[in-house]
Design a protein around this ligand. Structure first.
Ligand code: AP5
Ligand code: MG
Ligand code: ZN
Length: 222
């Protein structure tokens, strides 16, 4: 099964994608994570995308699509994936449709997580990440058991460079899911809106219910 998680920055895509990928035994594919990894290791891709990310601008479609397609070739993605933070433009959505059509595995659902701007700013300014295992924490809503330390692996937690207030504002302005892309999934009957402004477990429950409904609909059609 292939699933798409859409939503403005900070609505909880990464938090939810981790849980869902584990629950369903599918790969978690996040272009933002792939780009951060490339920046960290100073690869050619990292050099190309670093400046866009620092400003909170979108990385150009061509680079983003190439990165995604390459990631989809890895063996762990053979049995399905949840896409977190991709697509973000209509062109990216079309490229994903094509890649999935070739595999004969169209996306089961496009799940849009929503939250108010105030809530998003609260979430991003309090976010702490584990650089070793990728776990996501929040100083108020999802605090680690021991301050500054990852619950899973004990590594020291860090904050993202682009979670500074002025960059967050730019990300919010430029990275809302565009209407054209949402309309694309609406027309395919795949768009489901999920209210992300509730606790993590409540959002997970709604996402899993929507995924189950989408899977049942797909079974009926085939
Ligand atoms: P990316 O890494 O995808 O960043 P983003 O979309 O801005 O999303 P975030 O990772 O900030 O938020 P999230 O929705 O995953 O929320 P999280 O679960 O962490 O992209 C980074 C950059 O890469 C972009 O700026 C762009 O430059 C580039 N890029 C990436 N993909 C691209 C693409 N397709 N095209 C072009 N450029 C691209 O949660 C946030 C916080 O809230 C955490 O602290 C969490 O603990 C907390 N939280 C989560 N859920 C809840 C809840 N229900 N209640 C309370 N707190 C919660
Ligand atoms: Mg994320
Ligand atoms: Zn960790």
């Amino acid at each position: 099964m292939h699933l798409i998680l859409l939503g403005p920055p900070g609505t909880g895509k990464g938090t939810q994608a981790k849980v869902i990928a584990e629950r369903l035994g599918i790969a978690h594919i996040a272009t933002g994570d792939l780009f951060r990894e490339a920046v960290k290791h100073g690869t050619e891709l990292g050099k190309q995308v670093g400046a866009y990310m620092e400003r909170g601008d979108l990385v150009p479609d061509e680079l983003t699509i190439a990165t995604l397609l390459e990631r989809m070739q890895r063996p762990d993605a053979a049995g399905g994936a949840i896409f977190d933070g991709f697509p973000r433009t209509f062109q990216q959505a079309q490229a994903l449709d094509e890649a999935l059509a070739v595999r004969n595995t169209p996306a089961g659902a496009a799940l849009l997580i929503t939250a108010s701007d105030d809530e998003i700013v609260r979430r991003l300014s309090g976010r702490w990440l584990c650089p070793a295992c990728g776990a996501i924490f929040h100083e108020a809503s999802q605090p680690p058991k021991k301050q500054g330390e990852c619950d899973n692996c004990g590594s020291e937690l860090t904050q993202r460079e682009d979670d500074k207030p002025d960059v967050v504002r730019n990300r919010l302005e430029r990275q809302r899911p565009p209407d054209e892309m949402l309309e694309h999934y609406r027309q395919q009957g795949k768009l489901v809106e999920i209210d992300g402004a509730r606790d993590v477990d409540a959002v997970t429950r709604d996402l899993l219910a929507a995924i189950e409904t989408a899977a049942a609909d797909t079974d009926k059609r085939t």
